[in-house]
Design a protein. Structure first.
Ligand code: BGC
Length: 249
């Protein structure tokens, strides 16, 4: 079955039709820049542009970088307060003319990674963390998602953890791999002390460069492995979430 997946991020909005049985794109993905300041109406227009580009009329899965319950955005740390309590699922559905399923971006990436990536068949408590503009989390017990965990926002040294551990933080502060790995390591130690996961998967674009920083993480006792699907995971997970109930296997 093919479903369109759309991944909304702080800098880009990306979409592609996905073969949800294989976890693969069936056409080249389209990436459009996130409108300045990410106003909801403009973001909805961009989502609609992606839907129209693929001539899509069937179900669409859309990720959002914040907590989403029942199609309503509850937090938006990096996209602005205009989103809070907004019925974004309905907004995107109206703008694009397609039925929309909306979910948190890290949850989507985690589900894709647990199904088609390095998390496949991994039992126990598995934590996927996405290191991008923010830090997203997706928590699994025996492969089943606990939605909307927000572990990027625990406080470390008086600051929101994502301000020290995200890939964006590394870039804006111009930290080298060692300096960033020190902060990321401290964050992972804190998270493992709270959850005792059996595995930590690190995703986001920076996971392509895992060999530069994973070996530098100190004192983390949980096995830490890079994600396999990198930036495609959000689109694939979005599409998986939108499989009509009758089509689920
Ligand atoms: C948000 C999460 C999101 C993460 C990655 C955080 O700031 O609170 O909901 O998953 O960024 O985009």
């Amino acid at each position: 079955m093919e479903i369109l997946g759309v991944d909304i991020g702080g800098s880009g909005i990306k979409g592609a039709p996905v073969d949800v049985d294989k976890g693969e794109f069936t056409r080249d993905r389209l990436r459009l820049p996130t409108p300045d300041g990410a106003p909801p109406q403009e973001v909805a227009r961009t989502v609609a542009e992606i839907v129209a580009h693929f001539g899509w009329t069937g179900p669409v899965g859309v990720t959002f970088p914040g907590v989403v319950t029942d199609g309503v955005v509850r937090t938006a740390a990096n996209l602005g307060d205009a989103w809070i309590d907004l019925a974004a699922r309905d907004l995107f559905a109206e703008a694009s003319g397609a039925p929309v399923t909306l979910l948190n971006d890290a949850d989507a990436a985690g589900v894709a990674e647990m199904t088609f990536g390095v998390g496949r068949g991994r039992p126990g408590t598995v934590l996927m963390l996405t290191l991008g503009t923010g830090v997203g989390s997706a928590l699994f017990l025996d492969g089943r998602l606990v939605p909307n965990t927000e572990l990027g926002h625990i406080e470390i040294r008086g600051k929101d953890a994502e301000r020290r551990a995200s890939a964006h933080a590394r870039e804006v502060h111009d930290w080298g791999w060692h300096d960033w790995a020190k902060r990321l390591g401290e964050y992972l130690r804190r998270v493992e002390d709270l959850l005792y996961p059996s595995l930590i998967i690190l995703g986001g674009g920076v996971s392509r460069k895992a060999d530069r920083f994973v070996p530098l993480l100190e004192g983390v006792r949980t096995p830490v492995i890079p994600a396999e699907l990198h930036n495609d995971a959000g689109i694939i997970g979005a599409a998986m979430a939108a499989v009509p109930a009758a089509g689920r296997t």
